[in-house]
Design a protein around this ligand. Structure first.
Ligand code: DGL
Length: 269
């Protein structure tokens, strides 16, 4: 039996999922959460589906061992590769939320005629976004493109300078994006370059990203199962990473938007 005062478990390939953790902290300030970033194995975006599944199952098991009432897969590459398997393994024991479904649902509600999707190679190659969008809106035209340079670029802090502008232009000038009404940012890191992408695309193309949508999905699921924590104090937030360096510690502040302490947890030893 799950109870209201148990923590929410959140995991990602590394620190990018902190954008989702931060949205959850804002949406649900009373909730405790345990965040696990698999910094020893990032990036997941270049890994095979089987490898991502293996890591994801191990991490979800760790979060359940910590008695979490829910597991949030805050990583698009893990959500697209491992969601099905995570449900098979764990849905009897917990609620599993991924970052794909809320973004797809929000997108189809807006009834666009053409959308672009940008993400890691693993997410695009999985075809999960493309398939789910087409299943829910048959006439939607979708152009999906991997934009793998964005992750290291953003982690190096290049979010609004001539290098980031040139890489954004290089990717988004692809003819496949012509006439799109909206662009889906299907990677945890991309909200950090949303303003630069907006500058490049101009005001008429909508930009959708999943962190706030995922946080709302967490709220709805907890509400539906009467698992919202009613306590009137700020939630306790723990941040674990499988490898800890000075640079991860610094980058984490940018992604979370506040000072946080990362704790090294060598899950793979
Ligand atoms: N968190 C990953 C995602 O959302 C991006 C970083 C990685 O490739 O590990 O797909």
């Amino acid at each position: 039996m799950k109870s209201k005062n148990q923590a929410i478990g959140i995991f990602d390939s590394g620190i990018g999922g902190l954008t989702v953790a931060n949205a959850i902290a804002k949406e649900l300030p009373n909730e405790d959460f345990i965040y696990f970033g698999d910094t020893a194995h990032l990036p997941y975006g270049d890994k095979s589906p089987d490898t991502i599944r293996y890591y994801s199952i191990r991490i979800a098991k760790f979060l359940l061992d910590q008695d979490c009432k829910m597991v949030v897969v805050a990583c698009n590459s893990a959500s697209t590769a491992a969601n099905k398997l995570l449900l098979e393994f764990f849905q009897d024991r917990t609620h599993v939320i991924n970052v794909v479904d809320p973004l797809v649902d929000a997108c189809v509600k807006l009834k666009f005629s053409k959308v672009g999707i940008i993400a890691t190679k693993a997410t695009i190659r999985s075809g999960v976004y493309q398939k789910q969008l087409k299943e829910k809106q048959e006439d939607l035209e979708v152009h999906a493109q991997a934009t793998p340079l964005f992750v290291p670029m953003i982690e190096e802090g290049f979010v609004h300078n001539n290098i980031s502008q040139s890489i954004i232009k290089n990717y988004l000038s692809d003819a496949g994006f012509k006439d799109m009404n909206a662009l889906l940012l299907a990677c945890t890191h991309y909200p950090l370059i949303q303003n630069s992408i907006r500058e490049y695309l101009g005001p008429d193309i909508q930009i959708l990203e999943s962190s706030e949508l995922a946080a709302k999905a967490v709220r709805e699921t907890l509400e539906a199962h009467d698992l919202l924590n009613p306590k009137k104090q700020t939630g306790d937030h723990k941040f674990y990473v499988s490898d800890l360096t000075e640079s991860f510690a610094q980058t984490a502040q940018h992604f979370y938007g506040a000072d946080i302490d990362l704790t090294h947890l060598p899950l793979w030893d």
